[in-house]
Design a protein around this ligand. Structure first.
Ligand code: G3P
Ligand code: CA
Length: 285
């Protein structure tokens, strides 16, 4: 059955990452303030075994440091600035002169009152779980395991240990769980299900392969996570997944035309960098 547009879940991709530096406390707090139903984050293991919220293999794009997350220790990452890069790439001039051709100096993100160092330093999954626990309302968390095969189960093992600490590792049913695990790796999802059969899992996909035709998913996986490109080319995919008894969580849905498409098709959740705008478009602003 298509999901009515008012009940489509809006999940903040890397936090409210159109407005604040991705995967920082600033971005996740903004998403919660904006009213997002849930938060999406990517997790990677550091050299000393901590799960941190970083999308890329290296920290080069989103911090002032260099190197692979897997080669750095948490203490190394803690010394980096994961906020200031957003200044030059996404935030335009502010104050007198804004909009004119003359260059207006913009203070670094970390010097702006709303984005202090704590809010833009590397975020551990543990800290994100604390934020969600303290939110004062139900906030879902969609955790994506990145390149888990390289670590032969360590990512999932560490993840389950952390979820256990927060009482989130063994929900009575998938529907009750505020946490779900997503991955492009079917093997990673299999490991999660083996550890916790009721924890919901999402099979992410860039295209619909032979194994996923007719809305089929790997055994035990109840949610399909197609790219929005899949739905643009094959809108009937949503109906196929629903008919197979599964749900559809689409990424990354930022454009108004894509939000409208998802609403028409009745997907179950949209994952977006712009949670406030999407909530407004769905009539929940
Ligand atoms: O939510 C799924 C989506 O995040 C997958 O792509 O590259 O943004 O992690 P990516
Ligand atoms: Ca992701």
């Amino acid at each position: 059955m298509p999901t009515p547009r008012e009940t489509i879940k809006v999940i903040a991709h890397r936090g409210a990452s159109a407005d604040a530096p991705e995967h920082t406390l600033a971005a996740y707090r903004k998403a919660i303030e904006d009213g997002a139903d849930g938060l999406e984050c990517d997790v990677r293991l550091t050299a000393d075994g901590h799960l941190v919220c970083v999308h890329d293999r290296r920290v080069n794009r989103t911090s002032n440091g260099r190197g692979a997350v897997s080669a750095l220790e948490l203490a190394d990452l803690a010394g980096l600035d994961f906020g200031s890069w957003k200044d030059t790439t996404r935030v335009g001039p502010v104050g007198p002169g804004a909009g004119l051709d003359t260059a207006v100096p913009v203070p670094p993100v970390s010097e702006r009152p709303q984005w202090d160092a704590e809010r833009t330093s590397v975020l551990t999954l543990e800290r994100l779980l604390e934020l969600v626990s303290d939110a004062g309302r139900r906030v879902e968390l969609a955790i994506e395991t990145k390149h888990p095969t390289r670590w032969a189960g360590q990512v999932e093992e560490r993840l389950m240990t952390l979820l256990h600490r927060f009482g989130l590792d063994a929900p009575a049913s998938a529907a009750e769980s505020p946490v779900r695990v997503m991955s492009f790796s079917a093997r990673s999802l299999h490991r999660v299900r083996a550890a916790s059969p009721h924890l919901p899992t999402v099979q992410l996909m860039q295209f619909v392969g032979v194994r996923h035709r007719d809305g089929r998913l790997p055994p035990g996986v109840g949610i399909s996570g197609p790219s929005i490109r899949i739905l643009r080319g094959h809108p009937s995919y949503v109906e196929q997944v629903h008919r197979a008894g599964n749900r559809v969580h689409v990424w990354t849905v930022d454009e108004p035309a894509d939000v409208a498409l998802c609403a028409d098709l009745g997907v179950d959740a949209v994952i977006t960098n712009r949670p406030r705008a999407v909530l407004e478009q769905l009539g929940r602003g």
